[in-house]
Design a binder for this molecule. Structure first.
Ligand SMILES: [Zn+2]
Ligand SMILES: [Zn+2]
Ligand SMILES: [Zn+2]
Length: 260
């Protein structure tokens, strides 16, 4: 059987404000440590010659320039909150190069919000070069794209339903504070898990770090990286205080897997 490499790049590991937070003078926001510079949450899956983006963060343009992303072949959305969605207009640059529509995948609810929040994209009277050219694909179950199996993982984020995604031995579960037992069944045998771990203090829609550690131990991936980090989290100080197998994610971090 042919083996292909799946490369994951953490494009952004920050919470919705990004770090530093505008106007904040705390130690993390003033830190010049590169792992304390966090853009909004997103990841890139590179499989063979294809690039699959998870979310279009508010910082998509900067992330694409930083990682030298030259094409996007599909986007999978976790949910429709602004920090994960509002870079959608930056997909236009990729359309201009590829001259193709970009397929975007997500729950019915997420795609419905995209249609209403970004109605100009779907307005046929707009000149084509002014708008991103997209194709909407609602998903509920495992989807095979470019030879890669992508499994949506249903989660809760306060009152909102979100999707995480699993591909082979990798799973990306941001923006959640509940992972139901029916979803945990799909998370066995992971090598790397990226998991929401916003901050130390409690939050009503995100796992905090103690809850994320407990969930990481329940899921049992070989390595768990916490993402969507707030300015309460100072990377060089707190990374070394986490249990074995759990670390803080950072922008630009990469992982490679062989997929059969
Ligand atoms: Zn978020
Ligand atoms: Zn701060
Ligand atoms: Zn969210």
């Amino acid at each position: 059987m042919q083996t292909e490499t799946l490369k994951i790049t953490i494009l952004g590991s920050g919470t919705s404000t990004g770090i530093p937070v505008v106007g904040c003078r705390c130690a993390t926001c003033l830190s010049d440590h590169p792992h304390n510079q966090r853009t909004r949450c997103s990841a890139l899956l590179s499989y063979g010659k294809y690039n699959i983006l998870i979310d279009t963060s508010t910082d998509l343009r900067q992330q694409a320039l930083r990682e030298d992303i030259r094409h996007i072949d599909a986007v999978f959305y976790t949910h429709s909150h602004a920090d994960h969605l509002h870079g959608i207009d930056d997909l236009r640059g990729f359309n201009l190069h590829s001259r193709k529509r970009i397929p975007i995948y997500g729950s019915e609810q997420t795609l419905a919000t995209i249609r209403t929040s970004f109605s100009y994209i779907f307005d046929k009277s707009e000149p084509a070069s002014y708008i991103p050219r997209l194709e909407l694909h609602p998903i509920t179950e495992v989807t095979e794209l470019f030879g890669l199996k992508i499994i949506p993982i249903a989660m809760q984020h306060g009152q909102m339903d979100t999707f995480g995604y699993r591909c082979g031995p990798f799973a990306y579960l941001t923006d959640c504070n509940v992972i139901p037992p029916s979803s945990l069944e799909h998370l066995e045998g992971l090598e790397v898990l990226i998991l929401d771990g916003l901050r130390f203090t409690p939050h009503s829609t995100h796992f905090n770090i103690p809850q994320a550690i407990e969930m990481a131990q329940k899921i049992g991936a070989k390595q768990t990286l916490l993402t969507h980090l707030s300015h309460e989290v100072d990377h060089p100080v707190h990374d070394q205080q986490l249990p074995d197998g759990v670390n803080l994610a950072y922008d630009g971090q990469q992982f490679n897997f062989s997929i059969n």
